[in-house]
Write a protein of this length. Structure first.
Length: 331
């Protein structure tokens, strides 16, 4: 057995077999096991040392045995030693068979009878490795031709389309289970009753103290009118809830206590207040918010009217009004 496989093959073979077994049995996710758990690296190092040590010990024992042999025994041992290992004989045999060709002593049998300035030609058979490889390509080509050009099996383009559709389906599926992933860029108004009810509950627990149960406002601004200090629409409202209002105003960043989906739910619920009439409405604050997707002509109109409103409220001081209209114009 020892003579069958030389030690420079035996040691790595056993070593990598053990490493592969560890990799297979240790659950290490995407990473190789020995990176995930460096202890394994240490263990593998020990295994390697151990294997080398065994080789060394066996070698030494062999040597001691040899020393204890008499002349005759040593001669027999040496003869056995010098014979090439069965493994390398086997490899050599396969190599010879695959290469084909005649040994140099028999070349006379296959020499062709022409002679160009002393250069002669041998009529060798094709090397078997080449010949069988060639037959294999012919079979492959026939199967390929039948499969893709006669029976029209799925080619790469079809496979791409199918995988693409599958991936899209998987994404949809994932989005359904992972609503938690919303952020300010992806948030959309939720319309399902379950979401709005959840939003209502969150609002009642966290927000009524400052915004009132009907959104009429108190410490916080009125949420039922079209005026927004920090911008209307689902994205702005989500951002205000997530990041909080201006410093010192009292609206904290809720992202620390609410999950993204909860903020999306309560934001959608807040938008439901639009157009309702609360019991004690707080006066409007901020500007009328217009969705950018609407016509720009509409936007300038409403902006003008809102600036008129606010200028009525201010004192009838001519210079102030001029200043304000100037800033509006520059806007
Ligand atoms: C401690 C009082 C307080 C609580 C509680 C509170 N808010 Fe506010 N909220 C405010 C104040 C004050 C503002 C105005 C912030 C500013 O002017 O920058 C505000 C602003 C807002 C705005 C923006 C209004 C606008 O005109 O732009 C929204 C939306 C809002 N709050 C939603 C909520 C929600 C949802 C909750 C519950 C999760 C909540 N608030 C809890 C005080 C509060």
């Amino acid at each position: 057995m020892r003579n069958l496989i030389p030690s420079y093959i035996r040691v790595p073979l056993v070593f990598f077999a053990i490493a592969a077994l560890i990799e297979y049995f240790v659950d290490s996710g995407d990473q190789p096991a020995f990176i995930e758990q460096p202890v394994i690296l240490l263990f593998l190092l020990l295994v390697l040392l151990f294997l080398i040590a065994i080789e060394g010990i066996v070698g030494t024992m062999d040597n001691i045995l040899y020393q204890s042999l008499d002349e005759e025994g040593r001669a027999r041992y040496d003869a056995q030693r010098r014979a090439p290992s069965k493994f390398s004989l086997w490899i050599q045999n396969i190599y010879k068979k695959l290469r084909g060709g005649k040994p140099i002593e028999e070349e006379a049998e296959i020499i062709l009878d022409h002679n160009y300035d002393g250069i002669k030609e041998l009529d060798n058979n094709l090397p078997p490795w080449w010949l069988y490889g060639f037959y294999a390509t012919i079979i492959f080509a026939a199967v390929y031709l039948a499969r893709y050009h006669i029976f029209n099996a799925e080619d790469q383009f079809d496979e791409y389309e199918i995988e693409y559709a599958e991936a899209n389906r998987a994404i949809e599926e994932y989005k359904k289970t992972a609503k938690n992933l919303v952020d300010v860029n992806t948030v959309e108004v939720l319309t399902e009753a379950a979401d709005l009810n959840a939003g209502k509950k969150i609002f009642e627990v966290n927000c009524v103290a400052c915004h009132m149960a009907d959104g009429g406002g108190g410490i916080g601004p009125n949420l039922t009118d079209e005026h927004w200090i920090l911008g209307g629409g689902i994205k702005n409202v989500f951002r205000t809830i997530s990041e909080g209002g201006r410093d010192g105003k009292g609206m904290v960043a809720w992202k620390n206590s609410l999950k993204p989906i909860e903020m999306a739910q309560v934001a959608s619920y807040v938008l439901q207040f639009q157009g309702t009439t609360p019991a004690n409405p707080k006066e409007a604050e901020g500007d009328i918010w217009v969705d950018e997707s609407e016509d720009t002509s509409d936007a300038t109109e409403t902006e003008e009217s809102s600036s008129e409103d606010s200028s009525n409220e201010t004192e009838e001081n001519a210079t102030e009004i001029v200043e304000e209209t100037q800033t509006v114009a520059s806007n």
